[in-house]
Design a protein around this ligand. Sequence first.
Ligand SMILES: [Zn+2]
Ligand SMILES: [Zn+2]
Length: 143
Amino acid sequence: MAIISGSCVCGAVEFSVQDKFIYSGYCHCSMCRKSSGASGTAIGGIPKEHFSVTTGEEHVKRFSRSKESVSCFCTNCGSTLYGEKPATAMVHVRYGALNSSPTLLPQAHMHVSSKADWYEILDELPQFSEFPPGAVPVESDVR
Ligand SMILES: [Zn+2]
Ligand SMILES: [Zn+2]
């Protein structure tokens, strides 16, 4: 099965993930905006057993941005790479850190109610003010 690699900007941290993402979307929540310094993030969700840090685990810093979401980034260059979701045993991989494209492309926009005013969504994907219906609210305290 296909394996996709990814890394931080400086290359100290490398990871690999199976190309079997279960869901994917663009998140516009304030924490994704601020941690990325951009309009938000594109993430893919995958069970944690299908994800591993292959190089530089010692450079990974974990920040609990909420009780259900742990942001993981490189201590050397500050790249935010993935989030751990303890409640669901999922990892949210930041697609921007991948070295090649995953099969599952983003399916929706999430937390559009928190979207930056200066960013305009120009695609036809469905938009949800918070989580898509049926999604596990892994960041229920996001604002
Ligand atoms: Zn780095
Ligand atoms: Zn978010």
